[in-house]
Write a protein that binds this ligand. Structure first.
Ligand code: HEM
Length: 446
């Protein structure tokens, strides 16, 4: 009897990795929705189908960025300090135009120079690497140095690299609820940037205080650029590690093929789950329906990227062999509504970094690969030309990854619930716009 009970308990315990993480993720989503309320209109959804996704996203009235959405309080919390100066969160207007212009100038790097810079940064980041790694951790110092040189036009000192990776890792870990935010760590980078503003290689936007300029740089280049490129590369290398034939073809094939692998990776694993906009006026949908002003539209990238493709979960770069304009594929957003300013540079840098990795290593993995990539992409790197003895290591990786999933999903539930609650309590975005309105009113009072 005791033995049977023990065996049953052991079997239940051994089965945990197969059912517990999924249930906890579902519980977390339910809790988040409860705390956040259901203010958002999902697109595609009942009101706006896939067929009108681009049209509504591109509509001039789908232009509000932060003000008026409870969801913004959460993003401002995760992306602090200075979220009010992040390009992504600035409302349309003179400040936004000045900031966006500066970003475009900093990103306007000729292709050959971007490739050379990526190669140099990759060589440093990959030196001495072999065996088990987490791809996101490998990639972060590479893109930290890359972003630094884009901004300051000189090689990145060790101190700056560590501050940038410390900041970016903290942001992305809190976004994924695998860690809390550490403001002291992030503010160390702000202070460093404040001391270097005069060395930025293009003039910074007029009319911003030095602190605002530092926040702007930190947001666009040392959060967004580093986090997005590291995540995108971790996804790309995970895909190649899981598809050995595609990996071999990418190693020996031409740039066009590798570009299609990147396109398909970003289709399957878009970096944005949801991008939200607040409508500044009504959007007519037909004779009877209108999306009212002040609505929060939640554009669901993964849902859009799955629609209209045969067997959408299958990895198949050949989907991009033909013309791609009509495909439901917007990895860098939509051209008419604040698309990613790095839409040209990012694929060039990713392709070059992928070539540098593939030239040096054969990649293997047995870890799970999901869009949010909370495991940071466990992978085995075997130097090209060396015998690949990976069976035991892959078996170990599989077991560890499944058990980590159990522990991590519990951590995410607890930390995520706390952060959502804390963000709702602080209401950073709401307070910012409230204070702005008050000051304006105060100025109007004689
Ligand atoms: C593969 C890498 C990247 C992907 C897939 C990506 C994707 C995106 C997407 C989908 C958007 C639009 C979201 C929306 O409509 O709200 C966006 C916006 C943005 N991205 Fe990227 N991004 C990448 C890399 C970068 C890099 C390297 C930078 C460097 C500065 C950057 C800076 C920005 C900024 C500043 C915005 C806000 C644009 C605005 O509101 O004016 N991104 N990105």
């Amino acid at each position: 009897m005791l033995i049977a009970a023990l065996a049953l308990a052991l079997a239940a315990l051994a089965g945990l990795p197969w059912w517990l993480p999924g249930r906890i993720v579902a519980l977390r989503v339910r809790l988040f929705n409860r705390i956040n309320g259901d203010e958002g209109i999902p697109v595609p959804g009942d009101l706006v189908g896939v067929d009108r996704f681009r049209e509504v996203y591109s509509h001039p009235a789908a232009g509000g960025r932060s003000r008026g959405a409870a969801l913004s309080d959460l993003f401002w919390y995760w992306l602090s300090p200075g979220p009010e100066m992040h390009q992504e969160h600035l409302e349309a207007g003179e400040r936004y135009d000045a900031v966006a212009r500066t970003t475009r100038r900093l990103l306007a790097v000729p292709r050959v120079r971007a490739e050379e810079l990526t190669r140099r940064c990759a060589a440093r980041a990959l030196t001495g690497l072999r065996g088990p790694v987490r791809l996101r951790d490998v990639m972060m110092p590479l893109w930290a140095e890359f972003a630094y040189e884009l901004v300051f036009a000189e090689p990145c000192p060790r101190e700056a690299r560590d501050l940038i990776t410390g900041n970016a890792d903290d942001v992305v870990s809190s976004l994924k609820c695998t860690g809390l935010r550490h403001m002291k760590r992030r503010l160390r980078l702000t202070r460093y940037l404040l001391g270097r503003l005069s060395q930025v290689r293009v003039p910074l936007p007029d009319g911003l205080t030095p602190l605002e300029q530092a926040y702007y740089l930190q947001g666009a280049f040392f959060n967004t650029a580093v986090v997005q490129l590291s995540e995108a590369m971790a996804h790309l290398l995970m895909v190649l590690a899981r598809h050995p034939a595609a990996q071999q073809e990418a190693r020996t094939g031409d740039d066009r093929h590798l570009d299609h692998v990147i396109d398909e990776t970003l289709r399957l694993y878009p970096l944005f789950g949801i991008a939200h906009r607040i409508t500044t006026a009504g959007i007519p949908l037909g004779e009877h329906d209108t999306i009212p002003a002040g609505s929060v539209l939640c554009f669901d990238y993964p849902a859009f990227h799955r629609a209209g493709f045969d067997d959408p979960d299958r990895f198949d770069p050949s989907r991009f062999d033909g013309p791609s304009r009509e495909l439901n594929h917007i990895p860098f957003g939509v051209a008419a509504n604040r698309p990613c300013p790095a839409w040209r540079l990012a694929p060039i840098a990713m392709r070059t970094a992928a070539r540098e990795v593939l030239r040096r290593y054969v990649l293997d993995t047995s870890a799970t690969h999901t869009r949010s990539l909370p495991n940071r992409g466990p992978c085995l790197l075997t130097p090209v030309g060396e015998p690949r003895r990976v069976r035991a290591a892959l078996a170990l990786m599989r077991v560890r990854d499944r058990w980590e999933d159990v522990w991590r999903s519990l951590v995410q539930l607890v930390l995520g619930t706390y952060m959502v609650w804390d963000a709702r309590r602080r209401r950073l975005c709401h307070r910012h716009f409230h204070d702005l309105a008050e000051n304006r009113d105060a100025r109007r009072v004689p």
